[in-house]
Design a protein around this ligand. Structure first.
Ligand code: ARG
Length: 519
C-alpha cells in the first residue's frame, strides 16, 4: 500500500517522472477559491442530509475555514506530490483533523464532478471579467465628440478606398461588433452556470444528496442533472474558448487597421506614444507594437480553441485524463484575451485620427464617384446601371489625364462630352466627401443622425449588459457570503440544520432546470 489518498490498491508508488507528467497543481492554483467554496457547500449538504455526523461536518467546516483564511492571506500553497487541488485540500483537512474526521469530507463525491464544478466556477468569473472589459472598451469607443461624426476617413472594401465614412462611424462599427462578443460571453456564462457537483464519479450515488442545495450555495443558476453528462461535458468550456477566440479575432481586425493606418503610406491615425516602441537602430521608428501583438496573440486564443476541440473529440463519456489538459492552454487564452481587451481600451483612448488626411484620400481615390451616379439617377432620371457607366467613364477619363474628382472643371467638361452635363458647382458639392457622409441617412448609414441613432442603441445595450453584470456579480457574492456565514456559525457551534435552513432561505433561487432554460 502507498501513502497516496488512493493508495490502498497499490504496492508501489508512481515515479517522479509520472508524477510530473500527470500533476495539475500548477494550473489548479486558480481553482483553490472554487474548490474550497465547493468543499464547504458539499460538507454543509452532507451534514444537512445526515450523510455524515454533525460533529464531523462541524469540524471539517472549521478546518476548511482555516484554509480559506490561509488562502485569503496568499499562504495556501499546493504540494505537487499531492497531484491536484482536490487531493491537496482533502489532505490538508485530514492533516488538520485526522482521518477519523477529515476522511468524511469526500463522501458521495468524486474529483470528476469536483473538477468540472471548479472549472465552471472559475469560468463564470472569467466571463464576467471579460464582459466588463468589453463594456469598458465599448464605452471608450462610444465616447467620441460630435466632431467625429464628420471627421472623414476613407471606408475600404478589398483594401481599396470605397466610400467616405467618419471616425464616429468606424468607432461605432467596432463597438457594435464587440457587443456581439459580450452576448457570446453571456451565452457561454449561461452554459458554464450549471452545477456538476453531486454527479460523483459518473453514475451518481446511493447517498441522499441535495444537489439543488449545493448548486444554490455555489451561486449556480441550474443543476446539470445527468451524472454522466455532468462529469463528461467540456463543451461549456470549449464554448468559452470559442468566445475568447472570436473576441480576440475581432480585436485583431481593429489592430490590423491601426497598424496599417498608422504607417506613413496611410497616415490616417497616430497611436499614442505610450503604446508604441522605438527601434534599436533606426532612430525615426515608432512601431505600433501593442496593435501588432493584439493581432499576433489572436493566434494563441485560436490555437487554444483547436487544442480543446481536438483534446475532447475522442474522449468517450465518463472522465478520462485527456480532459485534465483542458486547463493550461485555456488559462493562457484567458490571460491573453483579458489583457488584450484592457490594453486596447487604453490605446483606443489615445488614438488621434487625421481627418484632413482622410478627406484627401477620399478625394484622391474617387471615393465619391457613386455620388455622381446617384445624382444622375435622382436628378436626371437615369437607370442606375447607366448612371454607373457614365460615372465610371468620367473616372477613367480623369485617370487618363492624371487628374481626380477635385478637378470639377475637367469633370464638367467630360460629362458634357458624355451627353450628361452637370454644373461645376453641383459637382463640387456632390464630390465632397462630407456631403456623401452626411447624405447617407439610411438606418446604420454614415450620416451623423444615423450614427447617433446607432450610438444610442449601442449605449442602451451597454446599460443592459451592465445591469446583468452587476446582478450576476451580486448573485455570486451573495451566495459566497451566505455559504461562508453558515459555515462559520456552524463551525462555532450553531445547530447545523437550523442555521443552514435559515441561510438557504436567503440564497438566490435557481433559474430553472438546465434542460429547460432558453436555448
Ligand atoms: N486534476 C484532474 C483534472 O484536472 C482532476 C480530476 C481527476 N480525476 C481522475 N479520475 N483522475 O482534470
Amino acid at each position: 500500500m502507498t501513502d497516496k489518498l488512493w493508495g490502498g490498491r497499490f504496492d508501489e508508488d508512481i515515479t517522479t517522472e509520472v508524477l510530473e507528467y500527470t500533476l495539475t497543481t500548477d494550473v489548479d492554483v486558480r481553482l483553490v477559491f472554487a474548490d474550497l467554496w465547493q468543499d464547504i457547500a458539499h460538507v454543509l449538504m452532507l451534514g444537512r442530509r445526515n450523510i455524515i455526523p454533525e460533529q464531523h461536518a462541524r469540524a471539517i467546516l472549521g478546518a476548511l475555514l482555516r484554509l480559506w483564511e490561509l488562502h485569503e492571506r496568499g499562504e495556501l500553497t499546493l504540494r505537487p506530490e499531492l497531484e491536484d487541488v482536490h487531493f491537496n485540500i482533502e489532505q490538508m483537512v485530514i492533516e488538520d483533523l485526522g482521518r477519523e474526521t477529515g476522511g468524511h469530507m469526500h463522501t458521495a463525491r468524486s474529483r470528476n464532478d469536483q473538477v468540472s464544478t471548479d472549472a465552471r466556477m472559475y469560468l463564470r468569473r472569467v466571463h464576467l471579467d471579460a464582459v466588463s472589459a468589453n463594456l469598458a472598451l465599448v464605452e471608450e469607443l462610444l465616447s467620441f465628440p460630435e466632431e467625429d461624426l464628420l471627421a472623414i476617413l476613407p471606408g475600404y472594401t478589398h483594401s481599396q478606398a470605397a466610400q467616405p465614412v467618419s471616425v464616429g462611424f468606424w468607432k461605432t462599427a467596432h463597438a457594435s461588433m464587440l457587443l456581439r462578443d459580450v452576448r457570446r460571453l453571456r451565452g457561454a456564462y449561461e452554459r458554464a452556470d450549471e452545477s456538476a457537483l453531486g454527479a460523483c464519479a459518473l453514475a451518481g450515488t446511493s447517498f441522499p444528496l441535495d444537489r439543488e442545495l449545493t448548486a444554490r450555495l455555489l451561486g449556480f443558476g441550474a443543476v446539470l442533472s445527468h451524472a454522466l453528462d455532468a462529469t463528461s461535458a467540456r463543451d461549456y468550456l470549449i464554448e468559452g474558448a470559442a468566445a475568447f477566440a472570436l473576441g480576440s479575432n475581432n480585436l485583431s481586425r481593429m489592430a490590423e487597421e491601426i497598424v496599417l493606418w498608422s504607417g506613413h503610406e496611410y497616415s490616417l491615425v497616430e497611436v499614442p506614444d505610450a503604446y508604441a516602441t522605438g527601434s534599436s537602430i533606426m532612430p525615426q521608428k515608432k512601431n505600433p507594437v501593442v496593435a501588432e501583438l493584439t493581432r499576433g496573440r489572436a493566434g494563441r486564443t485560436a490555437g487554444t480553441l483547436v487544442q480543446l476541440l481536438t483534446m475532447a473529440k475522442g474522449v468517450t463519456l465518463g472522465y478520462s485524463c485527456d480532459l485534465q489538459d483542458d486547463k493550461p492552454f485555456l488559462w493562457n487564452a484567458i490571460d491573453t484575451y483579458l489583457s488584450t481587451l484592457r490594453i486596447v481600451a487604453g490605446q483606443t483612448r489615445g488614438l488621434r485620427f487625421d481627418s484632413k488626411r482622410g478627406e484627401d484620400l477620399c478625394w484622391d481615390n474617387f471615393s465619391t464617384a457613386t455620388e455622381l451616379a446617384n445624382h444622375l439617377v435622382s436628378e436626371h432620371g437615369l437607370p442606375f446601371r447607366e448612371a454607373h457607366h457614365v460615372s465610371g467613364s468620367l473616372v477613367s477619363a480623369l485617370i487618363k489625364r492624371g487628374s481626380t474628382l477635385r478637378d470639377t472643371a475637367a469633370s464638367a467638361e467630360i460629362l458634357a462630352g458624355l451627353g450628361h452635363p452637370v454644373e461645376e458647382a453641383v459637382l463640387a458639392h456632390i464630390f465632397d466627401p462630407r456631403t456623401a457622409v452626411t447624405s447617407y441617412t439610411s438606418p446604420g448609414g454614415t450620416s451623423p443622425r444615423s450614427v447617433e441613432a446607432v450610438r444610442g442603441e449601442l449605449r442602451a445595450a451597454v446599460r443592459e449588459h451592465g445591469r446583468w453584470l452587476e446582478e450576476t456579480r451580486q448573485r455570486l457574492e451573495t451566495a459566497h457570503t451566505l455559504t461562508l456565514q453558515a459555515a462559520r456559525q456552524i463551525a462555532e457551534g450553531a445547530e447545523l440544520a437550523k442555521t443552514l435552513d435559515a441561510v438557504a432561505a436567503e440564497l438566490p433561487a435557481l433559474h430553472g432546470s438546465a434542460a429547460l432554460t432558453t436555448p
